[in-house]
Design a protein around this ligand. Structure first.
Ligand code: IMP
Length: 192
């Protein structure tokens, strides 16, 4: 089975992606590849941050790899928190504080529509390919559910009726931004 390094330390993301690629590709996280670093996300776009993660790992290992970056974009707040989603409430990257800030900023807004957007940068033999996945939905007025991570308890995908944090992993993958981007990556690799 072809091996790919996934440039992340986020075990939730690795688990989601393994469940999409199961049986087709072996996914190795940074830790499993012996790379002890948190790759910075210094840019203003998901595309550049995803590329930075993949390029850093490729330059270190020479092994085909991919990086991804995700943002939550709300319409009422002009795309906030967007590319800064992880550090919305501060450098600690605290999920609870980020959710509290988002709910507070939206409390007087009638438009609660939002989308998750994921960009994946794949470096295959040194050549870059990008894939995008979008999940449209809305933000709840209070957190619901205990599964998943990040903003999952406050995001309901369109036509789902419950939050990502109330879904099993296979169900989240059917709707999710990351699931859609990974599906494209997988179809691309299968045809290669
Ligand atoms: P990053 O892609 O790791 O920089 O993630 C940006 C922020 O969005 C972090 O706070 C993550 O916890 C959050 N995030 C990324 N993907 C998801 C997801 O699938 N569900 C909920 N929150 C997410």
């Amino acid at each position: 089975m072809q091996k790919l390094i996934f440039a992340t330390n986020n075990t939730h993301k690795a688990e989601e992606i393994r469940s999409v690629l199961e049986g087709q590709f072996t996914i190795i996280t940074l830790k499993e590849a012996g790379i002890d670093m948190d790759i910075p996300e210094p840019f203003d776009t998901l595309e550049e941050n995803a590329r930075q993660k993949a390029t850093t790992v490729y330059n270190l290992t020479g092994i085909s790899c991919f990086g991804e970056d995700t943002g939550l974009e709300t319409n009422a707040l002009d795309g906030e928190p967007g590319v800064k989603s992880a550090r919305y409430a501060g450098e600690e990257r605290d999920f609870t504080a980020n959710i509290e800030k988002l709910l507070d900023r939206l409390k007087d807004k009638t438009d609660r529509t939002a989308r998750f957007r994921t960009v994946i940068s794949l470096l295959l033999d040194g050549v870059e390919y990008q894939f995008e996945g979008i999940c449209e939905g809305s933000i709840t007025t209070r957190p619901r559910g205990g599964k998943g991570f990040g903003y999952d308890p406050v995001f309901i995908p369109n036509n789902a009726g419950h939050t990502f944090a109330e879904m099993s992993l296979p169900e989240k993958n059917q709707y999710s931004h990351r699931g859609k981007a990974m599906e494209q990556l997988m179809q691309f690799l299968i045809k290669k």
